[in-house]
Design a protein around this ligand. Sequence first.
Ligand code: 2NL
Length: 341
Amino acid sequence: MPEPNLDNLKTEAFRLIDSAADSAALEEIHVKFLGRKGELTLVLRSLGELPPEQRKLLGPQANSLKNLLEERFQARRFELEKKETDQRLTGQSVDVTLPVGTRRAARPHPLTQINNEILSIFQELGFEVADGPEIETDHYNFTALNIPKDHPARDMQDTFYIGKGNLLLRTHTSPVQIRVMEKRKPPLRIIAPGRVYRHEATDATHSAIFHQVEGLAVAENLSFADLKGTLALFARRMFGPQSEARFRPSYFPFVEPGAEMLVSCIFCKKAGCRVCKMTGWLELLGAGMVHPNVFNKVGINPEKFTGFAFGMGVERIAMLKFGINDIRLFYDNDLRFLEQF
Ligand code: 2NL
C-alpha cells in the first residue's frame, strides 16, 4: 500500500471547502473526505495495516488532520448557512411602501343597513326586537287588529291567501305584536321588523314583497305625547338633528286616534323640490293610540292600560334617505347600484 500523502489531501480539502458554492456542495465535499468511504476515513481505517513505525508517525497526523478538517467544515457550513438565510429573507421581505389592496370590504344590503339603523334607535329607547311567522292566520293578521270582515284590505286583490283555509301571507308585522301581547303583561316595548306581502302590481314605488318595522308600547298612563316625543326623536336620529317632525290625523282601524308623521324634506329643507312634490314634507310613517278593541281581544284591560303603535316601510325610509326613486333597484342585485351604499 502506497504511503498516503496527507499534505496533498489537506491542501486539496481546504481548497474545496473554501470554494464550495453552497451548503449542499459543502456536504458533498464532506462526504468525499470524511464520509464512510471518504479519502481521510480510508486512511484512518488503513492505519492498522501499516508497520508500527509508520503507524506511530502517521496515526497522530491523520487524526489531527481529521479534527482540523471537521473544524474547517463547521466554520464554512456556518458561513454558507448564514449567507443562504440572508438571501432567503431578502427575497421574502415585504415592501411596506406598496399601496394596500383596493378591494372594498363587503357590507350589508342598503335595506339591511336601514332596517338595522331603525332597530338601533328604538333599542336605545328600551324597545325589544320581536319576530313571528310570515304565514299567518286571518285572525292574527286582521280580526285581532279590529279590521272588520268587509274591510278592503282583506280583499283577494290586496292579500295573498294560501289554500282554502284561513292562512295568508302577513300584510304587516302587527300580528307579531298581537302574539306578544297575548303572552306577556304590560309594560311592553317591542319593535317588530320583517318581510310582509301585498297582492299588488309592482311599479317604481310598490313591491308585492317589502319590509316593515312596527313598534308598540303599552303601559299605564302612556299618552299621545309619548307617541309624539318618541317618534320625533326617531325622525331626528334618522334624518339629522335639523329635521322637523309634523303630525297630522290619519285613519287605521287598529288605532284611535290615528296619525301620520311627516319629516321636513331632507333634500330641499322645506323649500319645495321634486322629491317632496313641492310640499316641503315627506310622509314617514303611520301611528296612533292602540284601539281599545285590540286590547280587549288580547286580554289587556283598556281602562288600565294605554299604548301607542306605529308602522313604517323600510324601503320607503331607505328611498328617502338615499334618494332612490325606484323600489325595484333594491331587489335587482345589480352591483352598480349596491356598491353605492
Ligand atoms: C303604516 C301604518 C301602523 C300600527 C301600524 C299597530 C299594531 C298593533 C296595534 C295597533 Cl298590535 N297598531 N300598528 C299602528 C298604526 C299605524 O302602520 O303606514 N305602516 C307602514
